[in-house]
Design a binder for this molecule. Structure first.
Ligand code: GDP
Ligand code: IMO
Ligand code: MG
Length: 405
């Protein structure tokens, strides 16, 4: 019997989704991305070698696993080309196993200009990858889509219309330089090989795989608190990062999702601006940042660090109908004498419960019983509080440093 699994973030991204998707990939027929774009940075570590993926699904390191970029993803051809070439150089093959939806909205150079100039004023702290403006144009029904590359006339018409509109924004509203329409068309056409090789009807593929009883894995990007509807609006990304995004972003009904694994760090981080009530500005915060190497995998920006927010986590479990939690980076908390978790809010201030630390190494421990008793108590408390089984605990960045309970 096949079983389809969704893996997504329960916080503000960077929970360790890439590591867990990679670790669970070898069991599945295909790994599919359904939203976001190259704002994501998913890190995988195998035999000491680290790979950071932005667009390619985190199943790509397993040679027999198919990888799909669904219609819900916004696509930078430049970023995709660069990433594919980099991976091919390390010996990874994309032949007959990598598929990109013809429905993906393209990220154009003018989207990136608009994103960057706007963020100077709006201060969301975006990744500057053109994600927001590209989703705006998709919703406004004027996006250029990947499949449009197959028809030169349609492509030209659509690019002319869209880039003229962007140029008006850039010149009249933001006092910036316009983009040359011919240059944009030539740039898109310089990536025609990507269209020729990888562009397809991914929904059709997924339909066939489901009919053939193949197991699929759906890989979320960003996290629940960055969701356009359910996140800390307006300090969010522009896509549906929560479970509902799978259906719209791949064209597959919700009944085909059998398990939903929500990933949460044992503490909390955030990159970019926006509220973060449990943020730490003291030595504890510094220790989390240092021990957890908390720097963004896409932009290199330092991540803000704080205690785990169980109030928010419980809500995220509901929002996504999470069936299993994976708690990551437990080892980062090894040296703390005290650990706090937020259990409620009073007058908008977090109220904490304090735990004794375990003060011993959990790095690489792969059986729950071998964890220090204080760590077991911490995990059991979280599980009871949010009302969802913690089926996986991650104790290091490598593929095998995982407890499966
Ligand atoms: P993603 O965006 O959710 O895939 O997460 P990122 O790759 O952006 O960030 C997670 C970081 O933590 C990466 O550097 C991982 O290698 C690392 N990581 C993942 N799980 C663990 C863990 O259990 N312990 C430690 N120490 N590092 C981890
Ligand atoms: P992964 O998949 C963490 C954040 C940005 C910014 C906000 C909006 O690696 O978990 P955007 O460029 O998307 O318009 O930026 O969202 N952000 C992420 N933070 N991890 C990510 O992806 C992120 N992708 C976007 O920092 O605050
Ligand atoms: Mg990341």
């Amino acid at each position: 019997m096949s079983s389809n699994t969704l893996i997504l973030g329960l916080q503000w991204g960077d929970e360790g989704k890439g590591k867990i998707v990679d670790a669970l990939s070898k069991e599945v027929h295909a790994v599919c991305r359904f939203q976001g774009g190259h704002n994501a940075g998913h890190t995988i570590k195998v035999n000491g070698k680290q790979t950071v993926l932005h667009l390619t699904p985190s199943g790509i390191l397993h040679p027999n696993v198919n990888c799909v970029i669904g219609n819900g993803v916004v696509l930078s051809l430049e970023a995709l080309d660069k990433e594919i070439n980099g991976l091919i150089d390390t010996g990874i093959s994309f032949d007959n196993r990598f598929y990109v939806s013809s429905g993906c909205a393209l990220i154009l150079p003018s989207h990136i200009s608009i994103d960057k100039i706007r963020d100077k004023k709006e201060s969301i702290g975006t990744t500057g990858r053109g994600i927001g403006p590209s989703y705006e144009d998709k919703i406004a029904r004027r996006a250029v889509r990947f499949g449009d590359i197959g028809n030169q006339d349609i492509l030209r018409q659509k690019v002319e219309l869209l880039v003229s509109y962007h140029n008006r924004l850039l010149v009249e509203l933001y006092n910036e330089k316009p983009h040359d329409i011919e240059d944009v068309i030539s740039e898109i056409m310089s990536y025609k090989h990507l269209y020729d090789k990888y562009c397809t009807d991914t929904q059709g593929l997924i339909y066939d795989w489901v009919k053939d009883d193949k197991s699929l894995l759906f890989e979320g990007a960003q996290g629940t608190l960055l969701d356009i509807d359910h996140g800390t609006y307006p300090y969010v990304t522009s896509s549906s990062t929560t479970a509902g995004g799978v259906s719209t972003g791949l064209g597959l009904g919700p009944k085909y999702i059998d398990r939903i694994i929500g990933i949460s760090k044992a503490y909390c981080t955030r990159v970019g601006e926006g509220p973060f009530p449990t943020e730490l500005f003291d030595d504890n915060g510094k220790m989390l940042a240092e021990k957890g190497h908390e720097f963004g995998a896409t932009t290199g920006r330092p991540r803000r660090c704080g205690w785990l927010d169980l109030f928010a986590l419980k809500k995220a479990v509901f929002t996504n109908s999470v069936t299993d939690i994976c708690l990551t980076k437990l080892d980062v908390m090894d040296e703390f004498s005290e650990i706090k978790v937020c259990v409620e809010y009073q007058n908008e201030e977090p109220v904490y419960k304090t735990f004794r630390g375990w003060d011993s190494s959990t790095v690489g421990i792969s059986a729950f019983e071998n964890l220090p008793i204080q760590a077991q108590e911490y995990i059991n408390f979280i599980e009871d509080f949010v009302g969802c089984r913690i089926s996986y605990v991650s104790t290091g960045p490598s593929r095998n440093q995982t407890i499966h309970r």
